[in-house]
Design a protein around this ligand. Structure first.
Ligand code: CUA
Length: 329
């Protein structure tokens, strides 16, 4: 069980960025020093068993023992402890500073925590988010990224263990954490603050890409989606049953049953067909996975905020699922 923590996409023992590497070495050094201290304490303790009968001591010997106690226990050990704490404070404090920026500005990505999924927003030219996706975070590798964090409901925490420490996502407030991935790769992320029934089902798939691939990925999502066929049965069913809570960019407004709801309750589904998982990491995306999810989501992720679809027949759900699978740039 212990060794299982040494690898995997969420292991802090396998750092993949400067912030995580720094924490990793501080952690190992602290462990090493703690083990030395623990062994020293155990050795001293065992030493006290050495001689059980009390010898007769002269007043001079008593005095010497007293002096040793005062110098050792009262001065030496506390000074050593304070020095040890200061020695650790420096690298720990340095690790809490933001990573240094190279000449270019850090890429900025907004992440909003929801019960129990992640909204990820990429700012456009004017700073307004123009690409919105969910439960998957794409970032450029080899450069620092500023993650601007907040929450839509309760306190969540953003944590990509292989890239660095966590930061709380507090409703009504923005906080920023700067992380960097050394090289392209796939990393796991997990909400790290208990936020309700599906706290464990709040996973985020993180992918670091080469800068040009990241730019291409983002550019693909900036292309306005093609026209959506408003005669299609699946599209009409989506408008009637799903669009009040979920946004699909370019969806015909006339088909939305309750437009006042703005489609912001649930994840944006504009590129759902290209995402690797469903239900914030609860099940892998594969053929017919969305239809299966629509029928069984309350069993797969009990308590999630999407109401059960018992009033819809399997065929309608199948149609909606099949149509959503085509949603990708
Ligand atoms: Cu969100 Cu725990």
């Amino acid at each position: 069980m212990l060794l299982a923590g040494c690898a995997g996409e969420m292991s802090i023992m396998d750092p993949a960025g400067p912030a995580a590497s720094h924490q990793f070495w501080v952690w190992w050094t602290m462990l090493f020093v703690s083990v030395v201290v623990a062994l020293a304490v155990i050795a001293l303790w065992l030493y006290t068993f050495r001689r059980r009968e009390q010898p007769q001591r002269t007043p001079r010997q008593e005095q010497r023992i007293m002096l040793r106690l005062v110098l050792g226990g009262g001065i030496l050990l506390p000074v050593v402890s304070i020095v040890a704490l200061l020695v650790f404070a420096a690298p720990t404090g340095r690790g809490m500073l933001p990573l240094p920026l190279p000449e270019r500005e850090a890429e900025r990505i907004e992440v909003v925590g929801h019960q129990w999924w992640w909204e990820v927003r990429y700012p456009g030219e004017n700073g307004e988010p123009d690409v919105v996706t969910a439960n998957r975070l794409m970032m450029p590798a080899g450069e620092p990224v500023d993650f601007r964090l907040t929450s839509a409901d309760v306190i969540h925490a953003f944590w990509i263990p292989r890239l660095g420490g966590k930061r709380d996502m507090v409703p009504g407030r923005y906080s920023t954490i700067r992380l960097e991935a050394d090289a392209p790769g796939v990393f796991g992320a997990q909400c790290a603050e208990f936020c309700g029934a599906q706290h464990t089902g709040m996973l985020l798939h993180v992918e670091a890409l080469e800068r040009n691939e990241f730019d291409a990925w983002l550019a693909d999502r900036r292309v306005p989606p093609g026209p959506i066929d408003d005669e299609d049965a699946a599209v009409r069913a989506f408008g009637e049953h799903c669009a009040a809570c979920h946004t699909v960019a370019g969806f015909p407004e006339a088909l939305i049953d309750d437009e006042a709801a703005h489609g912001i309750q649930g994840p944006d589904l504009t590129d759902i067909g290209s995402r690797p998982t469903l239900g914030a990491g609860v099940m892998p995306m594969e053929e017919d996975a969305i239809a299966y999810w629509l029928q069984h989501h309350q069993t797969l992720k009990p308590g999630n905020r999407m109401p059960p679809h018992n009033h819809l027949d399997a065929e309608t759900l199948q149609d909606i699922g099949a149509w959503l699978e085509t949603m990708e740039p």
